[in-house]
Design a protein around this ligand. Structure first.
Ligand SMILES: [Zn+2]
Length: 611
């Protein structure tokens, strides 16, 4: 901080503004108020120091961690600018997210505007009468000069909002907060309203689980105990505590599921009913584990391309299989290593991951690297052809992690693992490491080679750059595990009849959501979006479809009545079998003692059930 001030003083010439308030260094001062919160509006007032004849103001178009151009400027209204003598200044909009103002002869400029905060997801802002989730990317403007300036944020809280939670540093006892620059402001989401907070410490580091509006279906005490176990196992894994303040898990109960990572917090969304089903709750624990792992992997250790954000346009990287996929490999693994789930739960989650991967035809179209590069136009813009045209870098990345881990263990006779590669990467490319600007293309592969040797690197290269499948069965086999894939619900049973179409219930009809290439539906010419009305002239409703499908047999030749954009169609279809439903991983009956020890080394636990 001191170093920055000296630099700033040298750079600024005497005619430039040195202060926005008497005696203080240049800073941007934002104030948020909510006079129209019931209509989802946030009012923003920002005071900028200016140092040029003309100043351009920008609103980001995307929020780091979520690789989609969201065009936040669409929600910005009633923008006005006033100079330090109270005169209104003319604004000219010169791009969708850029405004220009003549600023000669003035030192500060105040911008005021409203933002409609009505998009509910972890990357955007949502305001309603009792709750606010505020993400800075869609709220705060910046200039070329102001990005590196300190940012103050005053929060004029409605009287009926009891609490504000953010990882921004609080100035004094009121509702004034401080960020050392614009990036930090954007990386610090705010959850306000009537919340319940569960503080806890692990290894001396303070954390908080914050729940937006507790509900009777959620046991706060139980959840915070489980979150603490996840934190403990990950702190032990990395062996470093990267936090210089409290870390916050900000959880909203909404009918959405997801999370977004930040340096000192994460925003999570789940159903209020999430804890009322064991699998659903494990899914939430996996989400917590995933987002927390990001505190290291992507927040403090990133691909070089993401070292500095350009908030106005896409940033391309081929390494999201590492940032997201390896995080997905570890999220569930830590649930087991932390004692939150048992081994059968873990193997079930792994089997589900493999099933989802193998039943996605798009894995033959895009490699893991290409899927990452194309995230802006594919992963975040899913359509009816998504499963045929790409593979999730989360999914393939997790399996690349599993196979890479095994290959390193095999090559080094279990003396090293992917865990060592991750820690090596962090020491080389982490923010406090020797090369804090992130890992270059190939950085991971080099770290793998240095620990596991050239052969393992070659395997990793192939998995990343080509569409060939990771050799999952060989990896399972090395641990004495086997994977059974069967079409029916129980072993030996025939698969149910099917068309390879994912149907969704639109409320009134069955609509084809995904039509998998190579399966009967695609061969017959069903298109995504088609509504199914009848099979062989007999009416089908969303309620009885599953039952009817059970009556069909593979090989039946039927006629489907469909509606496509208002037009009635009848098409012939030969019924096939549904995509395999049963993927089960189990220990082989003849598992050797050696394989048992490998399994224990990998899962990090004494597996008593094996003896
Ligand atoms: Zn993630």
């Amino acid at each position: 901080m001191l170093k920055w001030l000296l630099t700033a003083l040298i750079l600024l010439t005497c005619q430039l503004p040195l202060a926005t308030a008497a005696g203080s260094a240049p800073a941007v001062r934002h104030t948020l108020s909510f006079p129209q919160k019931n209509n989802q509006y946030v009012h923003v007032r920002s005071e900028f120091p200016v140092d040029a004849d003309q100043t351009d103001f920008y609103l980001p178009s995307w929020n780091p961690g979520s690789y989609l151009i969201r065009d936040f400027a669409a929600n910005l209204e009633r923008l006005e600018a006033t100079d330090s003598s109270g005169r209104q200044r003319q604004l000219v909009k010169i791009a969708k997210d850029q405004w220009r103002i003549e600023t000669s002869g003035i030192e500060t400029l105040t911008l005021e505007y409203d933002v409609w905060a009505g998009r509910l997801n972890v990357a955007e802002s949502w305001v309603e009468s009792s709750t606010a989730l505020l993400n800075g990317a869609g709220l705060f403007l910046y200039t070329g000069q102001s990005r590196v300036l300190p940012q103050y944020l005053e929060f004029l809280v409605p009287a009926d909002w009891a609490n504000i939670h953010t990882s921004l540093a609080r100035e004094g006892n009121g509702s004034l907060y401080f960020a050392s620059d614009y990036d930090e402001l954007l990386d610090s989401p705010i959850l306000a309203g009537n919340t319940v907070e569960y503080p806890f410490k692990v290894g001396g580091q303070p954390y908080s689980l914050v729940l937006s509006q507790e509900n009777r279906f959620w046991d706060g005490e139980r959840s915070v105990e489980d979150v603490a176990k996840i934190v403990q196992v990950q702190q032990d894994f990395w062996g470093t505590n990267p936090f210089d303040r409290d870390y916050l898990f900000l959880n909203l109960f909404m009918d959405k599921f997801g999370g977004l990572e930040h340096d000192h917090s994460t925003v999570l969304m789940c159903s209020p009913w999430q804890m009322r089903g064991n699998k659903d709750y494990i899914k939430w624990l996996g989400l917590v584990s995933h987002e927390f792992f990001h505190a290291w992997n992507i927040r403090r250790m990133r691909p070089q391309a993401l070292a500095e954000y350009d908030y106005q346009k896409e940033i391309y990287t081929r390494e999201l299989w590492l940032a997201e996929g390896l995080t997905s490999y570890y999220d569930n693994l830590f649930l087991f290593r932390g004692g939150l789930i048992d081994v059968s739960d873990y193997l079930e989650l792994l089997a589900e991951e493999i099933r989802n991967y193998e039943t996605t035809p798009g894995r033959e179209i895009r490699s893991a690297e290409l899927a990452s590069f194309d995230t802006w136009i594919k992963y975040y813009k899913p359509d009816g052809n998504k499963l045929n045209s790409t593979i999730s870098y989360y999914r393939k990345g997790a399996l690349i992690g599993f196979v890479t881990d095994m290959e390193i263990r095999r090559k080094t006779d279990n003396r090293a693992s992917l865990d060592d590669v991750m820690r090596e990467m962090y020491s080389r490319f982490g923010r406090s490491g020797s090369n804090p600007n992130g890992y270059p293309p190939g950085g991971f592969e080099e770290a793998v080679e240095s620990i596991g040797g050239q052969d393992v690197r070659a395997i990793v290269d192939t998995m990343l750059k080509t569409t060939s499948d990771p050799d999952i069965d060989a990896a399972l086999g090395w641990y004495g595990l086997s994977l059974e894939r069967s079409p029916g619900l129980s072993p030996g049973e025939n698969g149910p009849a099917g068309m390879g179409v994912g149907w969704k219930d639109s409320g009134t009809a069955l609509v084809a959501e995904h039509v998998l290439l190579g399966y009967p539906g695609a061969l017959a010419g069903i298109l995504p979006g088609d509504e199914l009305l009848a099979i062989d002239g007999f009416r089908v409703t969303p309620e009885d479809f599953a039952l009817l499908l059970n009556k069909l047999q593979p090989g039946d030749e039927v006629e489907l009545t469909l509606v496509r954009h208002g037009r009635l169609l009848v098409i012939p279809l030969t019924v096939g079998t549904e995509i395999p439903t049963r993927y089960v991983i189990s220990t082989r009956k003849d598992i050797s003692n050696r394989e048992k020890r490998r399994l224990e080394a990998w899962l990090g636990m004494d597996l008593k059930f094996l003896d």
